[in-house]
Design a protein around this ligand. Structure first.
Ligand code: SF4
Length: 100
């Protein structure tokens, strides 16, 4: 099955966050922009020059992905595209490995 969250990332084996990210982005579809703050998800899925994301992706610092996503949504509203593009604020893990 084609997915918008590609394999090859460096998440731990069985990482729940990688599976959740894949389910969310595949449900949202290709007309989606993802804002993701620093955390496991950002680190394991966007190692330059590669990316697991099949959609536009914005990395922001630690706890501010919701603010970044709301800014993207405001820009889309201004452009008249808010009804055709999904914006997702995807938080990173922010946890230690043994808490996952
Ligand atoms: S530490 Fe946890 S959230 Fe991070 S990649 Fe490993 S299992 Fe996933």
């Amino acid at each position: 099955m084609k997915t918008l969250f590609n394999s090859g990332h460096t998440a731990c084996a069985g990482c729940g966050q990688s599976m959740a990210a894949r389910l969310v982005i595949d449900a949202a579809g290709p007309n989606t922009i993802v804002a993701n703050n620093t955390g496991c998800l950002e680190v394991f899925s966007t190692k330059f020059p590669e990316s697991s994301w099949g959609v536009p992706f914005i990395h922001s610092l630690f706890e501010n992905c919701a603010a970044v996503a709301s800014g993207v949504e405001s820009a889309l509203k201004y452009l008249g595209k808010a009804d055709t593009v999904n914006v997702i604020a995807q938080a990173g893990a922010g946890r230690r490995r043994w808490d996952c």
